[in-house]
Design a protein around this ligand. Sequence first.
Ligand code: PMV
Length: 314
Amino acid sequence: MTSCSAPGKIILFGEHAVVFGKPALALAIDLRIWSRVTRSNQYSVNGHPMKKRHHAYVSAALDEAWNGPPINIDTESEIPSGSGLGSSAAVTVSCVGAMLSEKGRFEPESVAKKSFEVENLVQGRASPIDTSTSTHGHGVLVSPDRSDGFLWRIDKGSTSWNIHHCEVPAMKFVVGYTGIHAATGPLVSKVKKLVDSDAKGVSLINRIGEIVLDGVVCLKNGDKQRLGALMLENHEILNELGVGHPALEKIVNACKGISHGAKLTGAGGGGSMIALTDDTERVSEAIREAGGIPIVVRVGCEGARTESSGVRKR
Ligand code: PMV
């Protein structure tokens, strides 16, 4: 029996543009998924026979990281699925981590690379930001160029992503979950269509890349005011790329003026937004009044780790 847990994440800057090789910055959060691998007489998930369609990520993780006798995989999650908080990456990373550690081969770079392959396969197109952040934890900068804090490189086709460690100062975010489940794959395809067909799409993606690099400097300096302004700008660009949603807009607007800044996080089309704030109670209340579900998160948390007991341990 081997257990592994992995955190969810918020993308502070750069979602969607990162799929095209632009930089992005994500922070691991204090919500996790636990996966436990036990030998069994058939491949099963939470005691039910595994079905490729039903258990897409777990089944792809098996193909990528296991290649062994039948096992049962038990999972337990604190991350609302489809919320834009990286639940599919965390389930993938925790499964791959548990499988590799059951084989005595748990090693972060290999967990991150295999988990990226799984997400890419299941979603049809992905960047490694979610899976590398869930693996490494803390803060993660993904960029086309290699710089300080380099951890590993992931390649797909003609795109290379360099994964870097980022130190995260103590900051509070409130997530506003719309309750609307939005699948990442179709939203990524929608943006690809726009970027492939329209020069404006390309310039929007390029501007996001610049915001990310500016944001990395502000994060280092703990400049919350400038971070907030960049979040709002990044949000507007994501709207222009067509991944906004009226429910998200209502919550982001409710947080303007009472937080340093707010934006959608993750794929969009529903899912969640984040607000950077020193007053989590006031912002949570505003999110609730605007129809969202507030979740206060701590950022910069530990990445994937093997767990010595059971499925879940807090
Ligand atoms: O939906 P999420 O939270 O997993 O975020 C996906 C981030 C994208 O940039 C939209 C896709 C990707 O694979 O990077």
